[in-house]
Design a protein around this ligand. Structure first.
Ligand code: C5P
Length: 303
């Protein structure tokens, strides 16, 4: 039953604690082993039935770079689920942006996941498999933004299995003044590998163990991202920001996703604040965000 009412949902940003990039597939994607953790920074998407579709972005990280047409991931999610369910209820999409627009933090995927959750509620769709399929059609990271928690993604990164975690991890994320195109970082990694560089690491066992034990120092020793060399090669400031955070006392530094966002692990909230203050003054850093993980998947909000 279609209920023409305003519906609001929230979905979270993420960090990748482990990312192995395997072979290039025929569909242009790479085989991944991708350990995601949802973070306590979230996007809120409100859908209001309207005469025609429209998008509005407000909030801390609203930016002129975010498209307001069909290519906006939240509206794309509404349209995709509308097609899949043959519903097409026109809506005004309002995004309250609390995740910086920055490669690696999953803000766009969170917009899509929150919009999907909200539109599903609006039209009364409870078909979990269909929602997963539509999420995957919007981007390889969207299914994780929809399910949240901590998970390992294989295939394109969208075949998800939950990971047991103990305790709460304290992360600091530094977004970059520069930008990186995700396909370009994957391409550069393929090139580096053709030259016998950036061999990578394919076993996430240590990271999974550390997440399960809840020990931040163990997790710091185990985190890994195969894309690090390629990201630094294309944007050397990424390496500089990693060094700055390590000098500030972070337990570890790692590129999140394909970058250029860099994540740092801290011992506790006070330690995270100390690292954040030093990073804020660093060259190449745009925003510094403190967050804990894990956090929820896409969820409906009241009112
Ligand atoms: O699916 P999404 O739009 O997030 O992916 C962006 C780009 O990242 C893809 O077009 C592809 O170049 C690259 N990618 C990849 N292998 C994956 C996920 C993404 O090569 N598993």
């Amino acid at each position: 039953m279609t209920q023409l009412r305003t519906v609001r949902a929230r979905a979270h940003g993420k960090i990748n604690a482990f990312l192995h990039v395997g072979d290039l597939r025929e569909d242009g994607y790479h085989e991944l082993i991708n350990v995601f953790q949802a973070l306590s920074v979230a996007e809120t998407v409100t859908l209001t039935p309207a005469e025609a579709n429209s998008v509005e972005v407000t909030g801390k990280y609203a930016s002129a770079d975010i498209p307001l047409d069909d290519s906006n991931l939240a509206l794309a999610a509404v349209l995709a689920l509308g097609r899949a369910t043959d519903t097409q209820v026109p809506v005004h999409v309002h995004i309250d942006k609390n995740v910086p627009v920055a490669g690696g933090m999953g803000g766009g995927s969170a917009d899509a996941a929150a919009a999907l959750r909200a539109y599903a509620a609006l039209i009364g769709c409870e078909d979990v498999d269909l929602l997963h399929e539509v999420a995957a059609s919007l981007g390889a990271d969207v299914p994780f933004a929809y399910t949240g928690g901590t998970a390992v993604g294989t295939g394109r990164g969208d075949d998800l299995n939950p990971v047991l975690t103990r305790s709460r991890f304290h992360w600091v994320l530094a977004t970059s003044t520069g930008s990186l195109s995700t396909p370009a970082v994957y391409r550069r990694l393929d090139e580096l590998r053709a030259e016998g560089k950036a061999p990578g690491k394919s076993d996430p066992a240590e990271v999974l163990r550390a997440l399960g034990s809840g020990d931040a120092a163990d997790l710091a020793a185990a985190v890994h991202n195969d894309m690090t060399e390629a990201a630094i090669d294309l944007l050397p400031d990424v390496g500089h920001v990693m060094d700055t955070g390590l000098q500030a006392g972070a337990l570890t530094a790692l590129v999140s996703g394909s970058g250029p966002t860099v994540g740092f692990l801290a011992e506790n909230a006070t330690h995270a604040l100390e690292i954040a203050v030093l990073l804020e003054a660093s060259r190449g850093v745009r925003h510094v965000v403190r967050a804990t993980g894990p956090a929820h998947g896409a969820e409906l909000l009241e009112g």
